[in-house]
Ligand binder design. Structure first.
Ligand SMILES: Nc1ncnc2c1ncn2[C@@H]1O[C@H](COP(=O)(O)OP(=O)(O)OP(=O)(O)O)[C@@H](O)[C@H]1O
Ligand SMILES: O=P(O)(O)OC[C@H]1O[C@](O)(CO)[C@@H](O)[C@@H]1O
Ligand SMILES: [Mg+2]
Length: 529
């Protein structure tokens, strides 16, 4: 990815590259200033997703004393939530979701409660997206709009139940699907969506098997869902509904949604799945279908923009830590032991960084966002030599997407079109063995690849709570009439965001952030360049 580097280390992205490398991480240090002129269409098969490109700051005239106001107006537009009212002339009805006194009699007599006034979220409620005021672009992790790094408030929509809804629950058919790779917590989210839908009064709830495939593979059938069916599913990992990768035509998928008479579709998945969800939403708008499409971001990689974290990430880190601990014990117990752990993280090193930090046992953490050399006087191998001599053992953690420039390029793609990476773990293992043989120093290398063990487990307590809130908010969002949105947590508050805003690029570890610097402090590793 080519950046034109500025003297202060700030990178400006070339728009042409965005189209080509949309799935990769950008360390763009200026915040986005989206303009409708700068919309970029991401074509894939028959589907198209509109994402707003990162505009160079030259688009903003900072000499205009009202530039902040213009920026905020533009921001407000970008983050406004698509609503059924944009397409239909609709009159809302009072909600059937009561916050208190949920006994059957109380529901009959809702007038007894004061909840009409309190406890609902107003459409005008907002949460702050950015909470740090950076004084300079050189401050750790600074994301600046203008060269002075001025403070500009950026508000996003608060999630939660509304007092007015746009569907009669008794007439609603709701569908749920899970797509992409597995992730701890999928069952928790499915469960919460079903429970919440039932509380609104929805009776017709179905699961679509194996992600989008369930819409176009005629041999697959809908799974009826109810409180009874989902009661205990959170006790195991995986997805009750199954997952898949692979392309379907968006028009076929919408044909199928239409034929099934689905009114609300809840889509749990990563960036690819969300791109599909947005394409489905746009196609529904085009066909004037009163269907709400609501996403719930799922990725252990934590690579979705703007969110504190995605569900499954905490659990993945906890599991990864166990693998690191085993590698440490092995390395520490062997004469000149070197433990090597490869963790998931296609474009983003969050799992590796956090597992390294939480374990406290890692000497070298390698992530996709930070280039490194294995050979040479400043390379990883030389450092391992030093560690073996001085400490007697070493433990290395490497993310799957790290150091891809050191491997032979392959053009292989998975069924969804994602690049299949070379195995950096095996490569490093071989290089370490070869290096120590060459210098005639004994080294006992133990390689652990816990990849699928990490994401097949059930959610831990903190993820289970996150899943609960996100699942419930997804249902509230659909009843509130929003479509083409996703749910998330920003600065500990729960919000709705337009899908294109969270998938316009992968969220990455910022090598200038405090967290990466903390990781370096903890490992004590040098720059490997
Ligand atoms: N641009 C797109 N338009 C329509 N559908 C898409 C698009 N990109 C991906 N998809 C579909 O989304 C589904 C999931 O995509 P993908 O395999 O990339 O997983 P993901 O959702 O990104 O999850 P993970 O984080 O596990 O990679 C696939 O069925 C794929 O066909
Ligand atoms: O082997 P699969 O199922 O394609 O999934 C692997 C991918 O899943 C991810 O964890 C994303 O969910 C990536 O880090 C990894 O490349
Ligand atoms: Mg993906």
């Amino acid at each position: 990815m080519a950046f034109s580097s500025l003297p202060n280390g700030v990178g400006l992205m070339n728009l042409n590259h965005l189209h080509k490398e949309l799935n990769e991480c950008f360390n763009v240090k200026y915040l986005r200033f989206g303009t409708s002129k700068r919309r970029l269409t991401w074509n894939r098969g028959s589907s198209s997703v509109v994402v707003r490109a990162v505009a160079p700051n030259s688009d903003i005239d900072f000499s205009d004393q009202d530039w902040k106001q213009h920026y905020q107006e533009e921001f407000e537009k970008r983050f406004s939530l698509p609503h059924l009212r944009d397409v239909f002339d609709l009159t809302p009805i009072p909600t059937t979701f009561f916050l208190k006194n949920r006994g059957s009699e109380a529901v009959e007599d809702a007038s007894r409660t004061d909840e009409k006034k309190y406890g609902y979220v107003n459409d005008d409620d907002r949460a702050l997206l950015r909470v740090i005021k950076f004084s300079s672009p050189t401050s750790a992790g600074a994301e600046c709009i203008d060269p002075n790094c001025s403070w500009v408030e950026q508000w996003v929509h608060r999630a939660g139940p509304r007092q007015q809804i746009y569907f009669e629950p008794g007439k609603v058919k709701a569908g749920i699907l899970t797509c992409g790779g597995l992730c701890p917590g999928l069952n928790d989210v499915i469960r919460q969506i079903v429970l919440t839908l039932e509380i609104y009064g929805v009776k017709n709830i179905v699961g679509i098997p194996y992600g989008y495939r369930g819409f176009f593979d005629k041999s697959l059938h809908e799974v009826p869902l109810s409180r009874q069916v989902v009661q205990n599913i959170n006790l195991s990992g995986g997805s009750l509904l199954g997952v898949s990768r692979g392309n379907g035509e968006v028009s076929d998928i919408v044909d199928s949604i239409q034929a099934r008479r689905i009114d609300m579709l809840f889509i749990l998945g990563g960036n690819g799945t969300h791109a599909g969800a947005n394409a489905i939403h746009e196609e529904c708008c085009k066909r004037k279908l009163k269907i709400c499409v609501v996403g719930v971001p799922k990725t252990i990689d934590n690579d979705i923009l703007l969110m504190d974290k995605t569900f499954g990430f905490d659990t993945a880190v906890e599991e990864a830590q166990r693998a690191i601990n085993s590698a440490y014990i092995e390395a520490h117990s062997a004469y000149h032991g070197i433990g090597l752990v490869k963790l998931m993280g296609r474009n983003s090193g969050f799992i590796s960084m956090h597992a390294s930090l939480s374990s406290g046992q890692i000497d070298v953490c390698l992530i996709p966002e930070v280039p490194f050399k294995l050979d040479g006087p400043y390379g990883v191998l030389k450092h391992l030599e030093h560690l073996i001599k001085n400490k007697g053992s070493a433990v290395v953690c490497v993310a799957e997407g790290a150091g891809q420039d050191l491997l032979e390029k392959s053009n292989a793609r998975d069924l969804s079109g994602n690049v299949v990476f070379g195995d950096i773990g095996v490569h490093i293992q071989q290089k370490i063995k070869k290096h120590f043989k060459e210098i005639d120093v004994h080294a006992d290398v133990k390689y652990i690849d816990p990849t699928y063990m990490i994401r097949a487990v059930r959610a831990n307590a903190s993820d289970a709570i996150l899943c609960t809130v996100l699942g419930q908010n997804a249902v509230h969002g659909a009843f509130a009439g929003f479509s083409g949105i996703t749910v998330g947590i920003c600065n500990t508050h729960y919000v709705y965001l337009p899908i294109p805003e969270v998938i316009s690029s992968a969220r990455c570890v910022d090598p200038n952030s405090r967290m990466w610097h903390r990781c370096l402090t903890s490992t004590g590793q040098p720059d490997f360049l």
